[in-house]
Design a binder for this molecule. Structure first.
Ligand code: SAH
Length: 514
């Protein structure tokens, strides 16, 4: 322990769009010792913070309604106090602004009472941001000169008349309602009873500023029914007042060409960042292919194959991982490259052949397309495959195309499944779930190797659940060879053109459906 004094930063995470986090908030997240995050703070912000600050400990203290709320608020307070007393710099991340219906001030009271230092870092509140992303200003010259933020959440311990709805109805400005989905019919009734004209425009914005934002507009008299019909559920911001009419003129977010569309970016590289941004700017909900981790399987199988190495005439390797695991098995048996002399080497891609070369071995067969079919084609053209024994080192779940094809060529094939690719984190699960559920509109491929990576990450079956948009003809070949439907091919090999092609293709596909 350093003995330095701890501190708690009560930081507003903003309404959802990670770009709406403040610079102060991002700096603190990048340098703190611990993060205690709320249910409404976008998990992508915490994920990003951990990339910048991997040693930060994360406490997920998200709580959602329920009778144990006050108890859990106490335990959150106690956690913040104890982390700070241990000398830690703690970011308490809260959705929107920490002090707007966020109980941040209660946490500050607890910290003050415990003598713990704290700082309040405001955030962009949902009551301003969700309307803005729906094209609704909360004030507008000549339309609304005042705005009231009001909670629609009825605290059962308070008398029903805590909010003077009739006074709000008379006041005439914009009403922005937080937490009011269930109570909306009663609130609308109270406002109209207080003199608000029933045809006053009203809107409900669900998941404001998120890619999955949805907006319903109606009047104060009809909004509750419209919300129920459209099945909007929390988190929803409701806006009541004439400003809602401005949406017709200045809606922007949900008018973008890819708004409401889910698009996958398949490569975690510098280039993927550009593609992600280009697609997000066109309004897409972008899912990224998560990074893969290689998990070796039972080493005994590979050791057994290495012990019998001299009985093989061919060694077929599907990836750099296969090369490196085989090499490890050779070394573990006290062998090196010389033990592979006399054995022909085939690999599926260029990266694999380079991994071999780095160990002093030049591959005999390297296809120009990175798919199993292309290896087979090359081997079919040779006279030295028939009647030989082949060792095939592959990943768990790799397709049977190669071993089956080699057997059809008259070879005896031993398959060793040497590793499996595990994708880290919740990103992989949500990507698979989205493919499974059929909610992915397109998968973008910026290279043929990205096709291979996608196949490896989600498996060939799920990979075929969504159509592809490719950056050019070679990538398109790889897409087709993998059995994935090709929706469109970019005419120009650039990230911007790939994003544009995706937007055009999905718009055209939607028009065909209408
Ligand atoms: N401190 C937060 C509000 C917390 S109260 C803030 O300043 O934004 C929780 C309520 O906020 C939700 O019930 C919902 O009414 C609203 N809310 C928060 N994030 C939202 C979002 N992205 N879209 C719509 N409403 C949101």
């Amino acid at each position: 322990m350093t003995g330095r004094a701890g501190i708690v930063y009560l930081v507003g995470a903003g309404p959802g769009d990670p770009g709406l986090l403040t610079v102060r908030g991002r700096d603190l997240l990048a340098t703190c010792d611990a993060i205690a995050s709320d249910a409404l703070a976008n998990p992508a912000i915490v994920a990003e913070a951990l990339r910048a600050n991997p040693r930060a400990e994360v406490h997920d203290v998200g709580k959602r309604g329920g009778s144990s709320e006050s108890a859990s608020q106490e335990s959150i307070n106690a956690l913040l106090v104890s982390l700070a007393r241990a000398g830690k710099r703690v970011v308490r991340l809260k959705g929107g602004d920490p002090l707007v219906f966020g109980r941040g001030s209660e946490e500050a009271q607890a910290l003050a009472a415990a003598g713990v230092a704290f700082e309040l870092v405001p955030g962009v509140t949902a009551g301003v941001a969700a309307p803005a992303y729906a094209g609704i200003p909360v004030t507008h010259r000549g339309v609304a000169t005042a705005v009231t933020f009001v909670t629609g959440h009825e605290d059962p311990s308070k008398p029903e008349t805590q909010t003077d709805w009739a006074a709000l109805a008379r006041a005439g400005g914009t009403i922005v309602l937080y937490m009011g989905v269930k109570t909306l019919p009663r609130i609308a009734g109270a406002l109209m009873a207080g003199g608000m004209p029933p045809d006053t425009p009203a809107a409900a914005v669900q998941w404001g500023t998120h890619a999955r934002q949805r907006t319903v507009t109606a009047t104060v008299a009809t909004l509750a029914d419209a919300v129920a019909r459209e099945a909007l559920s929390a988190p929803v911001i409701t806006i009541i007042g004439d400003v809602v009419s401005l949406r017709e003129e200045i809606a922007w977010f949900d008018r973008r060409p890819l708004f409401g569309r889910r698009v996958v970016v398949t490569r975690a590289s510098a280039q993927a960042g550009g593609l992600r941004t280009a697609l997000a700017e066109l309004g897409a909900d972008v899912l990224e292919l998560p990074a893969l981790r290689v998990e070796p399987l039972d080493p005994a199988a590979l050791a057994g194959a290495v012990a019998a190495l001299s009985s093989y005439k061919w060694l077929v390797l599907t990836s750099q991982n296969a090369v490196s695991l085989l090499w490890d098995a050779l070394r573990a048996a006290g062998l090196d490259a010389r033990s592979v002399s006399g054995i022909r080497l085939a690999c599926v891609g260029k990266a694999t052949s380079e991994a071999l070369l780095a160990r002093g071995l030049a591959a005999d067969v390297v296809p120009d397309r990175f798919v199993a079919e292309a290896v087979l084609e090359k081997m079919r053209a040779r006279y030295d495959v028939k009647g030989t024994r082949v060792l095939y080192v592959a990943a768990e779940g790799a397709r049977e195309v190669l071993p089956d094809g080699l057997r059809a060529l008259g070879a005896t094939v031993d398959v060793v499944r040497a590793y499996r690719s595990v994708s880290d984190g919740a990103g992989a699960d949500s990507l698979r779930a989205a493919l499974e559920a059929g909610t992915v509109d397109a998968v973008t491929f910026a290279s043929a190797s990205a096709v291979a990576g996608f196949l490896e990450a989600v498996g060939p079956e799920l990979a075929r659940r969504a159509p592809a948009v490719s950056i050019g003809p070679i990538t398109s070949d790889a897409v087709r060879a993998a059995g994935i439907a090709l929706l469109a091919e970019s005419a120009e090999a650039s990230v911007a053109a790939l994003a544009r092609t995706t937007a055009d293709a999905l718009t055209a596909a939607a028009q065909r459906r209408v």
